[in-house]
Design a protein around this ligand. Structure first.
Ligand SMILES: [Zn+2]
Length: 128
């Protein structure tokens, strides 16, 4: 094997074809492979965040509706009923420490606490 082949011969991470790089830092055999590889990587990342954002937004809508129905920036709902409305506990935006030092699982500007089998929905002070 020639020295050039050792230093510049490599496999394209996208198409897996063996090629000789023209520069030491050339990773892909063609610009097309580079763009396609990077676009797919980006699309996959976007799919994950889109799916998670959609779940969080759905939860937010459920909590918003509860606050609208019960008013005063506070609402209560039995845990099973909240699940029955399609609430998904997998993702949330952040945790908020309340005045009594307890933590609320938060969805943007709405917090959720659980005591026994009852959930309390609280409108938090503006996040922004
Ligand atoms: Zn390639």
């Amino acid at each position: 094997m020639r020295k050039f082949e050792v230093e510049y011969g490599r496999n394209c991470p996208y198409c897996d074809e063996r090629f000789e790089a023209r520069r030491i830092n050339q990773k892909f055999c063609t610009p097309r492979c580079k763009y396609t590889h990077n676009n797919r990587k980006r699309d996959k990342r976007n799919q994950v965040s889109k799916r998670v954002n959609k779940l969080i937004r759905m939860n937010y809508t459920i909590l918003e509706n509860l606050l609208e129905q019960q008013g005063e920036g506070r609402a209560e709902i039995p845990l099973e009923q909240l699940k029955g409305r399609g609430f998904n506990f997998t993702y949330h935006t952040h945790d908020t420490e309340l005045k009594d030092k307890s933590k609320a699982t938060s969805y943007y500007d709405i917090g959720l606490t659980l005591a026994g089998k009852v959930c309390t929905v609280i409108r938090l002070k503006s996040v922004a």
